[in-house]
Write a protein that binds this ligand. Structure first.
Ligand SMILES: CC(C)(COP(=O)(O)OP(=O)(O)OC[C@H]1O[C@@H](n2cnc3c(N)ncnc32)[C@H](O)[C@@H]1OP(=O)(O)O)[C@@H](O)C(=O)NCCC(=O)NCCS
Length: 144
């Protein structure tokens, strides 16, 4: 399969939301996933949304960010018709490659407890569960 990886560019918001919706991935349209917020975030240069394309169709996406020390793989989503064909692997490897180019050597992801499938997928991609860390956040508003 000749899967191409392309980066989100201004105006691609509808493509992104369509992929999230078709993949059943929850998102925050009133907070961090608002179009203006995403496009402002991308201008900061510490993250990218990538798309997987096959035969001119968008079939999956990932958000890759870094905080200067660690790289974060977020929001991997592949539309149901193209699952189990190695598309998530291609997306995650492209995200890791970008991080590597930014000088980042630790790749990490957060997976919600209910999402056992995603946990299995990341284990298959070489990610090792790290016991003994609590994830705590403080948010300016509930929908952020
Ligand atoms: C999770 C998801 C992105 C996987 O996409 P995919 O393209 O089907 O995954 P791949 O085909 O690249 O599979 C990667 C590896 O995980 C394995 N895998 C894929 N789906 C799996 C599942 N449901 N359970 C266990 N292992 C699975 C594959 O066998 C493969 O391992 P291998 O290379 O050793 O054979 C896709 O199911 C999805 O979009 N789910 C809904 C959104 C979601 O929950 N995203 C995660 C947010 S953190």
């Amino acid at each position: 399969m000749d899967v191409k990886i392309v980066a989100y560019k201004k105006g691609d918001y509808k493509i992104l939301v369509d992929l999230w919706e078709r993949s059943g991935l929850p998102y925050k349209p009133l907070g961090r996933d608002k179009e203006e917020t995403i496009e402002k975030e991308l201008k900061r240069g510490v993250g990218k949304f990538l798309f997987a394309m096959l035969d001119g169709k968008y079939i999956g996406t990932v958000l890759v960010t870094h905080d200067g020390r660690k790289g974060w793989i977020n929001r991997v989503a592949v539309v149901p018709e193209y699952r189990h064909k190695g598309i998530a692997r291609i997306l995650v490897e492209a995200a890791e490659k970008w991080l590597n180019g930014q000088g980042i050597e630790i790749y990490a992801c957060q997976i919600e407890d209910y999402n056992k499938e995603s946990l299995e997928v990341f284990k298959k991609l070489g990610y090792i569960p790290f016991e003994g860390i609590h994830y705590l956040t403080k948010r300016k508003y509930p929908e952020v």
